[in-house]
Write a protein of this length. Sequence first.
Length: 281
Amino acid sequence: MSDLLPKTQEICRLFEIKPARTKGQNFLINEKIYNDIVTAAEIKITDTILEVGPGLGFLTAKLAHKAKRVIAVELDDQLAHYLQTGIDSQAIENVEIINEDILKFNLGAHIAATENYKIVANLPYNISSVFLRLFLSGIHRPESLVLMLQQEVAKRIIASAPDMSILAVAVQYYAVPEIIKIVKSGNFWPEPKVDSALVKFQLRPKKYLEERDKLFFRLVKAGFSAKRKMLKNNLASGLKKDPVAINFVLKKCGINPQARAEELTLIDWQKLFAALAPFML
């Protein structure tokens, strides 16, 4: 399982790299899982890959071997310096190391607006939701994403009714997520306290304008505003609409007026939005 542990520890010792839990620096030490990530990404020789959190570069090297080019964005100065040194020493020409915060990354400066790209990332747990919102709803969206996420977050993302959440609705609105495999904590060093999951996201075709998306999520947020209350009460309160009218619309959409938000499927939300959108402008 830990076939890369000695090498990982030796690199960290030589370059005085001290993994920080606050930065989500738990290095994957199982080469088979690196191969699983590459396989899941379905990389073609013409692909541009945006890698987030390249760490010590084990995955970067595999991606570079498969893709046309790899843009590896690393927040940690020390890791970025180590990666750049490694790339330069091996004369690898299709990898670009960017020492930046991915949440502030200027995508357009590195990938043309007409260029397709894929994302591969071992994300720090604390930025997962923000990262997904940024890249799933952005103007220049990737073709697909393959992400290592906290297992609990992954399960919330792929949930179905009656266990939906705002996160599940939001992600499934833009993409079709699938858990490829569960990755136990022992596959990382230092070992985290929780297991992870490898998740692939296939993007849905972009159909709506930004303003329409904002209206849709205004509806969803209103529906989830008070977890213990029935959906009709949350919607009436959040949208400032007559409860009787909301009750009528729910029945018209084939939704039980006694339902709670987590019981609705994505299709239910879309039906509800189609009925209520004209009155939300």
